[in-house]
Structures are given as C-alpha cells and as structure tokens.
Design a protein. Structure first.
Length: 299
C-alpha cells in the first residue's frame, strides 16, 4: 500500500464535469483526453509500486511548490538509501528519439520526456537541500503503454520500455530500513502537497451555459428517475440510488463553483429536478445548514 495514495487530479475532475454539461472546444477536449490518458498510465504503474517491499515509502501524485516553482512528481519511492522518481508516459505507437524531441511518423513532435524528468529531479534536489536532507536521486521515464515503440539506436538507462517494466520491479531490492530522516521527508512532502495548483489551466466556466440535469456516475450520460429510490442510465444500462446520484452532482457543482452558495433552489435547478423537497432532504442529511429561511445555504 502506498504511503500517499493516488487520487484523480482535481483539474481532471473539473474537465470531466464540464464535458458532461457543455461542448468543450478542440483544445480543451484534447487537454481532457491527454490528462485522462496520463492518469490511466499512472494507475498502471501503481500496480507495480503497490507490490514493492514495505521497507520503502511510495508517494503518488505529488504537486509541490517551492520558491514559486512547481514540482510535479508522478511517483516518488523513498528507500532507506536513495530516492526514485518515476515519470510515467502513456504514449502509443512509434516514436523516433531525439535529444530534445520525440517525433511520430505523422510528423507530430513532443518534448523528450527526459527533459521533464531532469527538471523534476533538479528541483527536488533543491528542495531536499532546504530540508537539510542528503539522499541520492535516481529517475526513470516509464513508458507504460504496451503499444509504445521507441525508434532509437541507443540504449537510454533512464527509460523503462513496456517490456522492461516487470523485470525492473521484479529485481527491485531495498537495502536497510526506513529511518527518521526518510520518514520526516515523506511527511514533509505530504504536508506540502497542494492539489489546487495549476488553476491557470482551467477553462472559463459560465453557469448559464451549462446543462442542468442529473448525470450518470459511471458514463456521464443524462439519467432518468426510475421510481422513488433509483435512477436509470439509458446508455450504460446501470441503476444507482437517487440520493447518491444527487450527491455526486452537488459535489460537481461545489467543484466547479467553490465560492458559490449551495442552496436548495440552486441545487434543484442544477440537477434538473422539480422536486425541491427531495433536494432539501439530501442537503439536510449530508451537509451543515448555515443561516435561516431564504438565506440558508449548506457547507
């Protein structure tokens, strides 16, 4: 089990909530697919790191800020004698290696992920010095997608290609035991973690332009009431409890509009429901009421 579990990035949750309620532009749609693919790839790496020796600490998805510089680490493994940084890429298809860029047969280019890995390791090293912790740092770029192929005539030590990943973790050995310094580092990094970074990447959100309905927890399609206690999704054919579906949609409102007040009329409108009494009961049972009468809202 990881010392810090992986959670779906907040910015990905925001884009997913928006995609159900509005038509995203091509750039935002691409960004959503890119983030979703990255998250899927990182979860694929978790299968391997979750099975590591308990004498190391695994910290997933660290989003740090130090001296106004962002440090984003997909997976950090704290061993007794060293730190291992894993940068996960879920690229698919053939890629021609270059020192600065990768190029696909279509001509599309992207930054060589080694550059990102080296930046992350350098920034982490500066942070360690400030925390007065001396530990060597090793880094790997993990190409998690089994359909990825790198076209290169050289062997790059920090790359873990799909066929090399199982062997890398099978041969993983831990020397010694986690001490107070490693524990202090892990706890410090978790305290520094802030999932609300990268707010500048958010699209413009206009409440008036968003579709107001109850959406399926599984596939994101509009659901319909199926009796009193459940809703039914005509797309994925799944039934869910109405209360759970309402709660999920209320939480998406809170995610998209963190400064807006959650009231019964607003949540009835947001969920596309005429039955305000049901919304009122859900809010009373699951949130704390603030204020009275028309000024009441829930937190």
């Amino acid at each position: 089990m990881a010392y810090k579990e992986r959670e779906k990035p907040r910015i990905l949750c925001i884009y997913e909530a928006l995609a159900k309620r509005m038509k995203l532009g091509p750039g935002d749609q691409y960004y959503l697919l890119h983030m979703d693919g990255g998250f899927v790839g990182e979860c694929g790496l978790d299968v391997h790191t979750d099975a590591l020796d308990s004498r190391c600490l695994v910290l997933n998805d660290l989003q740090l800020r130090h001296n106004r510089i962002s440090i984003q680490i997909d997976t950090l493994v704290i061993c007794p004698d060293k730190l291992l940084v894993y940068e996960t890429k879920n690229h698919k298809g053939d890629h021609l290696w270059g020192p600065l860029t990768f190029r696909k047969p279509s001509g599309a280019t992207m930054e060589n992920p080694s550059l990102q890995l080296n930046r992350t390791m350098a920034r982490l090293g500066v942070l360690l010095a400030e925390l007065k912790i001396e530990m060597p740092i090793e880094g790997f770029v993990v190409f998690i997608n089994p359909e990825f192929n790198l076209l290169s005539n050289r062997k790059i030590e920090e790359y873990l290609l799909p066929g090399q990943i199982p062997r890398h973790f099978h041969n993983f050995r831990v020397k010694g035991e986690i001490g107070p310094e490693q524990q202090r580092l892990a706890d410090s990094l978790i305290r520094m973690h802030n999932p609300r970074f990268y707010a500048e990447d958010l699209p413009e959100i206009d409440y008036g332009k968003l579709q107001k309905e109850l959406f399926c927890l599984d596939c994101g399609s509009v659901v319909r009431l199926d009796g009193v206690k459940s809703v039914y999704c005509p797309v994925c054919k799944k039934r869910r409890r109405t209360t759970k579906t309402i709660l999920h949609n209320i939480e998406e409102f809170r995610l998209l509009f963190p400064d807006a007040k959650v009231t019964t009329p607003r949540m009835a409108e947001w969920c596309g429901m005429d039955n305000k009494d049901r919304i009122y009961r859900v809010l009373c049972k699951n949130y704390t009421a603030v204020g009275k009468c028309h000024g009441r809202h829930y937190v």
